[in-house]
Design a protein around this ligand. Sequence first.
Ligand code: BGC
Length: 727
Amino acid sequence: MKHYIRGRKLALAAAMAGAVAALAFLPAWAQMPQRQPEVKGPWMDKNLSPDKRADLVLEQMTLDEKMQLVHGAGGFNQAGPRSNGGAGVIAGIPRLGLPDVQLADSAVGVRAAAERGRYATLLPSTIGEAATWDPKLAFEYGKLIGRELRDQQYNASLGGGMDITREPRNGRNFEYQGEDPVLAGKMVAQLIRGVQSQSVIGDVKHYAFNDQETGRGIGNVKLGKRAMRETDLLAFEIAVTEGQPGMVMCSYNKVNGDYACENSYLLDSVLKKAWGFKGFVLSDWGATHSTGKAALAGLDNEESGSRYFGDALKTAVTNGEVPLARLDDMVHRIVRTEFAAGIVDDAPRGRVVDPFTGAELAQRIAEQASVLLKNDHGQLPLRAATVKSIAVIGSHADSGVLSGGGSAQVDAPGAGPARWNQPVWFPSSPLEAIKAKVPKATVEFNDGADPAAAAALAKASEIAIVFVNQPTSEGRDLPTLTLPDKQDDLVTAVAAANPHTIVVLETGGAAAMPWIDRVNAALEVWYPGIRGAQAAANILFGDVNPSAKLSVTFPKTDADLPHPKIAGLDRMPIPGPDGRPRMQEFDIDYTEGLKVGYKWFDAENKQPLFAFGYGLSYTTFAYSGLKAAIDNVSFAVRNTGKRAGVEIVEVYAGLPAAANEPPKRLVAWDKVALAAGESKTVTLPLDPKFLSIFDEQKDDWEFLPGEYKIFVGSSSRNTPLTAVVTH
Ligand code: BGC
């Protein structure tokens, strides 16, 4: 027995020695300290408010410790052993119990999992999440991201993208929330609440007006204060005040002459003073351009390095250019955010990401995010029991679904790290998902490279489903809304060969569809996430009744946009002082002002291809009995079809003529589930803020007296109920 115990002890000792030896060979990141030391101090009292705790811990800090918090310790793996593999780290102060802030890109799922052999769920694009018009689902979206961040030992999310879709060709629209400030603001607010419910610091970005990627680091956005406050800034205002994010990321571009990260109007007057933001402003990666100017304008943290907020800021504080009180304010904001989010008291411990619940949620969101754009002759849903043959064509539909590129890119299961600007297809095969619905039918695939061959297969099949795609990414805009790679020719050829052609679009946002009159049905699935194919098949075969409505206008052509060509797109780089080509600064003059998205199309009397708020169901709905007052509306909505469905009911307001506003703006909505034949009365309060205009003279919102038109219906262009109310 003794011998046995001794043997076990020896084995244990040998194993421990081996483990210690192995540790020495582990990569630096794997040796990262996982636990905070036990720290005692009055600021560790969880019963105190985050502000009080921040005051108490700030009193203990040396100047160098304060300085350490106001800049990043290096992007990605530059932070050495401190890095958890994310986009950045703010080095913590162990003696005070303050953890490293591990920042990870996580717009549509956690980025950069592959390098460390981790897994992350790819959710549908947020532009699709916005098309659910369901703030509760937005909360679920954020909660899942928060949970997977924690699982991977991150405690801060770089997500919450919400630049308004002013420029439908912007390469990042897929990671934003559409063109309407109220819809985007309400959805992001709940997404942030979901992230932060997991003891992870949430973020909204990119503040502000980073509405195009072309020249994002040198473009100067020109826009008046009223237009700013009523469009993009209204979205941020709602997200900041209702979502209470810990961080706001300022953007690369200039706004009215000053870089966003040193713009005192944006950072100080509006975000901190008018909206009462208590968290901290961090710069986009490399978007800090000065020390004193940025610090005094309201930037609190430089990412991802320390060029301006390291030694240079220390000198500026020492010589009085930046008051110590301002440095203390920066640090207070950062530390109070850490306490408020719970990352000091409840550090992530590391867990295996649960791919199953992630996939289930991704599918549920995709099913509610996919917009049925056209369905003539009852083409959809397909009748699984009677369909004999289906041609599945194009867009790698045999193997997967498309995802969005750039810092919102999630690594695909079974693949290595994604490469910048190279489209990534996720293993959710539309072909297999369709086959699974109709095991007895013939389902064949053609890759669409040769339109004639695709048309031949379509001709020989009862139904043709063409998948088309539009890859988009951070760092570049689409030159046009026309689908790339001559996919329009493919659809046209297939539609000519088969009268039962259905198009499924995997796009980052709006796309032109010159063939729309020739196909029976079209379904917009955006970038639909890890279970995108199953979600699409469920809609195509009617297991799910579609309910989503467009979060952006789909124009017919680029010519109908406020700027038929993107500002800066045709600029040629010129040699800089070092001989290397540089782009010269240029203005991005948002001459459309208030007229963003549907407001432009309404004001200019242009017919869009598909209007904002539009989307079909497999059933039909009728509206009646509007009773409107200035502070609420009520009306009835009835399911007039033969199957259960969910209708997103939309309320718009037209302001008095003196307001000089576009014809209508979204002011309220609801999502109503109705059995066949069922009718419900919907009552919705109207928020006076959403009926107001921003008065530049007063520097405040103004609810003008006069007559307000109320429009109720199923989209911004279909409002069967109207009323006039007086304020
Ligand atoms: C993007 C941010 C991102 C950051 C860190 C920047 O290029 O604009 O959205 O969070 O990189 O990866």
